[in-house]
Design a protein around this ligand. Sequence first.
Ligand code: HEC
Length: 203
Amino acid sequence: MKQFLFGAVSAIGVGAAAGFALIQSGSLDFAADAPHAAGITQLVAWAREQSIAKRARDIVPPADLASAERIRRGAGNYEAMCAACHLAPGVEDSEIRKGLYPIPSRLAQAEAKAAETGGDSRRFWIIKHGIKGSGMPAWAQGGMDDAAIWDLTAFLKILPQLTAAEYQARVAASPGHSHAGMAQPARPDDHGGHAHSGHAHSH
Ligand code: HEC
């Protein structure tokens, strides 16, 4: 028994030393354009989902989640704060999304079906707290209140059913562009004014 324990402890020690040496040598690649090995991706996804499931378990969605008013408010906020990464109906891809790792899901596409991506409480938790080590921000840190996060959650439910034209109409009809629910002062309307227009990148 003693020998077994000694063996087990040394094996752990050797493993830890090897791990330390690997990190210390700088061999691990932190580049966003160098994907994890398949096993690591699955391990991280499993750990993430276990963690979120535990934390989202006791969150109860508001009774009026499906209300037209919530969906209307959520549409503009989605366009203003989420579409650059998660895209919108009729939008193929974005510069930001292409470069992120892990790559944000296409929340507007049918394959991002609610069953696969979990329930409303899970989405609420993710929007509120973000996901560590990924591009997904904790929106509550930026000043978004719970009501506005539920509005977004409500909008996400109908998003996969919208055509590009329906999406645009809902965004236009929404007060969300004013960043409702955000504690920060409204910024000047800078839509379309990106220095970026034309995508004439020279780098
Ligand atoms: C800068 C890019 C970025 C922005 C902006 C962003 N997200 Fe995300 N989001 C991500 C990334 C990256 C992930 C995936 C993280 C992962 O896989 O670990 C994610 C994950 C999610 C998920 C979980 C999707 C799933 O797989 O089930 C939801 C829901 C979500 N975001 C909603 C939103 C909403 C709503 C907004 C706007 C308020 C938003 N996100 C803004 C990058 C972004």
